[in-house]
Design a protein around this ligand. Sequence first.
Ligand code: GLC
Ligand code: CA
Length: 546
Amino acid sequence: MSGIDKSKEKWWKRAVIYQIYPRSFCDSNGDGIGDLKGILSKLDYLENLGIDAIWLSPVCKSPQDDNGYDISDYQDIDPMFGNLDDMERLIAEAKKHGISIVMDLVLNHSSDEHPWFLEAKKSKDNPYHDYYVWRDGKEGIYPNDMRACFGGSAWEWVPEIGQYYFHQFSVKQPDLNWDNPKVRREIYDMINWWIDKGVEGFRLDVIDQIAKEPDNHITGNGPRLHEFLRELSKETFQRANLVTVGEAWGADTERAKLYSDPAGSELSMVFQFEHICLDQLPGQEKWDLAPLPFLKLKEVFARWQKELYGKGWNSLFWNNHDLPRIVSRWGNDQKYRVESAKMFAILLHGLQGTPYIYQGEELGMTNVTSFEIEDYRDIETLNMYRERLEKGYSKEDIMTSLHKKSRDNARTPMQWDASDNAGFTTGTPWIQVNPNYKEINVVNQVNDEDSIFACYKKLIALRKEYDVFVDGDFELLAPENEKVFTYVRTYNGEQLLVICNFYGDTTENPVAEKVDSTMKLLCSNYSECSDSQILRPYEARMYFKK
Ligand code: GLC
Ligand code: CA
C-alpha cells in the first residue's frame, strides 16, 4: 500500500503519480490495443513501484482522431478500452492497492461526433448551437487567420448553416463555448458524476485555452480563465479531497500561483512547460531542433521552486504522452542509458512538488529511431510531415525531427518482457514496439537492485519517509557551473543535498566541501561511491543529514 493517508488534506503533496497511456500499456484481449482489463492486471506491478495515483489518459467514448482527446461521450467508456463496469472495477481494485484514479478531462473541445455538436450544426437556432464557437462568413474566406495546433486554419466551414466553427486542435475537435453557462453546467454535472463513481482526481487537458476569444486572437490565458476555473472548482472539486492538475502551456509563475493557490480555489497544481520548451528557439516550432541551454534550465527550475514556495505547488515531470523520452532527449540512450535515466530521476524527485512518472520512464524506455513515416500513427506527426513536405523540407530533415520530437516516441507499447511484442499484446500492436524491448523491459529490472526501476522505487519511498522532500525550501548551488546541477533543500533541521553531473564526461564536484561524514547517501547511480571531488559521467547523488 502506498502509505499515504488520503483523508488528509493535500495528501497529493506527498504523492507520486504515474501516467498511463491506455492504448499502449497492456492489451488483455489480443486486439493490439491496451485496455482497462490490461491495466487491472498490472496493479500489483504499480503497487510494488509504490505510486499513489494513476493519471489515466482519456478512456471515454471517442472516434480516436486524437487518441481519445476527442470525446463523443463523457459518461461512457470507449469499447476499445472496455465498458463502464470495467472502469468501476478498476477504480475499486486500484483503491485496494492504495492507488487513486485520476481521469483526464478534455473540456476545451469535444469530438465533432458528440451529440452536442451533431445538434449544434443542424441550425443556428438549435438549442445546442451555442455550445460551440461559430462565426458567420463566406466559404473560403476565413473569419481570421488563426491556425490550429495540428496544422491548417482554426476555422472549418459548415455549408448547411453557412458558418465556420472554431477548433484549436483538429477539425474533429470543435472548441466548446465556455461563455455559455449551459455548457459549464453540463460539464460540472458530468464531473460530479465521476466523483460519485470514486474517481479521486482529474488532469485537465489544455485548461488554459478554455477562455478563448478568437475575435481578439486569444487562445491561452483568456480574460475569463480564472473566473471559470474558480467556478468549476467550487461546483465540483471542492466537494471532495481530490488532486487536480491542469495542463497550462502558457503558465508563468504568477499565473501558477493563482491556479495552485494554497486556499484551493482553483486546482492543486498545473503542468507548466517552461523547462520543456527550452530546446526550442523563440518563434520556431518544436520540430526545429536546438540545443538545451543548460544554465537556463537550472535557472528555470530554481525560479519555479522559489516562487511557488508556500504560495503554490509545482508538478514535476520530464515526460508525458506528448513528449519525447527524456533519456533520449537530454540524456544518453546508448552507453550511459542507465546512468542518465537515474540521474534525471534523482534530480527531479529531490525537488518540491508532485512528481509524475510516465509509463516506461521507470525502465529508461527510449525514443524509437527505427520508424519510417508509415510506422507513425499520431495526427500531429502525420499532419506536420505533409505540411513540411509541401513547404519544401527534405524528407531526411523531417525524419530527423520526428525521431527526436514525435509524440509517438512516448506511445510505443510498454515493454513488459522479452517475448514477442514485449508482452504488450498477443496480437498485432496498433503501433510497433521499440526494437530494444529485449534488453529494456520490466522482467529484466523488477528484481534487480541496480535497475532504473529500483531507483524510482527508492525515490518514491524516500518522499514518504522524510519531510524535507515535501516541505523543504530550495537553494540552487553553483548556478554558473556548466556541467553540474546541484541544489540543497532544508526543513526543520533536515537537509537534502542533490548533486547531478548532467553530462557524459567526468567533471569536478563543485560542492565537494559540502559533503562530510555526517551525511548519509540516500540514493545514487553508481554502486561504489568514488572520491567525492570527482563526478563520473551522469553521476548523481542524493545526501541527507539531520
Ligand atoms: C493536450 C494533450 C494532447 C492532445 C491535446 C488536444 O495537449 O496532452 O495529447 O492532443 O491536448 O486535446
Ligand atoms: Ca485490447
